[in-house]
Design a protein around this ligand. Structure first.
Ligand code: UTP
Length: 408
């Protein structure tokens, strides 16, 4: 792409402000910007103009979850089936660590956050420890794929190296990068983060499987004979990974995906809830849940939409491959976006100042035809770290870790 073509592309999308400093750039910087313009999908930002039409939901009805009492009855059976699959090398794990973790307020990758009190204990370390429990139990190394983004890839890899992978076997860890998307102000105008660079942010956690294919990680999956991928978020320090009972239950269900869920602690808790949408398993985000759905009751008098997802899913690889080409809905999310102000100085805002454009892993569920919502005890498996203090914070996660016997 040359300057003229870059200009025309930006003009078409009303984004000429991106060239504001072009005349003062070095040749190298000019080339960098033109390459970025060529490679960036500007359609996503254009969606800002019609965002109300983006995620129109179908007819929502309840979907029953497999609950703790039923799981307890079949625990042994599920456990041995899960262990068998893990020992056969059929289960891999995918850590979604490409997010910016802006709510935590650190520029470093979220996983390097030290949640220890009397000793160092990093978020990544907690997750590796949890996975190690299953490695020891099954005497089998589980391949761990770690998704990063342009913003945190180098820092993440360096951190794992510095800490010797927290005892995990290096050859079973593969890093891969997700895609980026432009970030804009509320009018959909793309910000600059350098005079020669549009502001970008990771494009959401929904594209993880497509990125695995693009980066060659899927070849490793095939070569290793991995049939199931346990996808999990970086921020839940209490979660079980490659949990044999969950693996066994999902396999036995015959479903394409298992989703760990917890009973919500309040009708308006900020977690997506499992449901049927137009008769197919789906997840409604908390901000899409109407009052009517929030207060609906089932036949037993319990909330009809009682179970929230904790971002821990077990996907069957062959089913993901079938839906690889499908486009996921776009979510426009309000966030804090570093930008160049009128004077060309970099500002890191304290409050949200625009939109990021993301695809979400929960939208994959609707694309698959079958899903097993699988209940876990929230006090034993759900300690998300989103904020520094308050709800879903370093503080609340520390309390839960201690309650579960983890020495901080
Ligand atoms: P969050 O929804 O908490 O998003 O991610 P975030 O961007 O990291 O955090 P805030 O909102 O800025 O504070 C849930 C999980 O999905 C991963 C995160 O790393 C986390 O494990 N994620 C999120 C990605 O891997 N890529 C993304 O583009 C976004």
């Amino acid at each position: 792409m040359n300057y003229q073509q870059a200009y025309e592309k930006l003009e078409k999308y009303g984004q000429l402000q991106v060239l504001k400093y072009f005349e003062e750039l070095t040749e190298e910087q000019k080339n960098e910007l033109i390459t970025q313009i060529a490679e960036t999908d500007l359609d996503v930002v254009a969606a800002c103009a019609h965002k109300e039409t983006l995620n129109v939901k179908g007819k929502i009805t309840p979907l029953a979850s497999m609950q703790l009492d039923e799981i307890n009855v079949k625990k042994e059976e599920f456990n041995s089936k899960g262990i068998e699959a893990i020992k056969a090398g059929k289960v891999g794990a995918v850590l979604l660590a490409g997010g910016m973790g802006t709510r935590l307020g650190s520029d470093a990758p979220k996983g390097v956050y030290n949640i220890g009190v009397t000793r160092d204990l990093y978020i990544f370390e907690c997750l590796i420890n949890n996975l190690m429990d299953v490695v020891k139990l099954t005497d089998t190394w589980i391949h761990l794929f770690v998704m990063t983004s342009d913003k945190n890839n180098d820092a993440t890899i360096q951190f794992f190296k510095e800490h010797n992978y927290f005892g995990y076997k290096e050859e079973y860890v593969t890093f891969f990068k997700q895609e980026m998307a432009p970030a804009s102000d509320y009018q959909g105008k793309i910000y600059l983060e350098e005079k020669w660079k549009m502001s970008t942010s990771p494009n959401g956690n929904g594209g993880w499987f497509v990125s695995m294919k693009r980066c060659g990680a899927l070849d490793i999956v095939h070569k290793a004979g991995i049939e199931w991928l346990n996808v999990f978020a970086v921020d839940n320090v209490l979660q079980k990974i490659a949990d044999p009972v969950f693996v066994g239950a999902t396999l036995e269900s015959g479903c394409a995906v298992g989703a760990k869920v917890v009973k919500k602690n309040a009708p308006d808790e900020k977690v997506g809830v499992v449901c049927l949408e137009d008769g197919k398993p789906s997840i409604v985000e908390y901000y899409e849940l109407t009052d009517e759905l929030m207060n609906a009751k089932d036949a037993a008098g319990n909330p009809a939409y009682y179970f929230g997802v904790i971002l821990n899913y077990l996907f069957r690889v062959t089913d993901l491959e079938e839906i690889l080409e499908r486009e996921l809905p776009l979510h426009i999310v309000e966030k804090k976006i570093p930008y160049l102000n009128e004077d060309g100085e970099l500002v890191k805002p304290e409050e949200p100042n625009g939109y990021k454009y993301e695809a979400l892993v929960l939208d994959l569920i609707k694309e698959l035809n079958t899903c097993l919502p699988y209940e876990v005890e929230r006090n034993k498996e759900f300690a998300p770290i989103k904020n520094k203090t308050g709800i879903d914070s370093v503080e609340s996660a520390r309390a839960l870790l201690m309650e579960n016997g983890v020495i901080l």
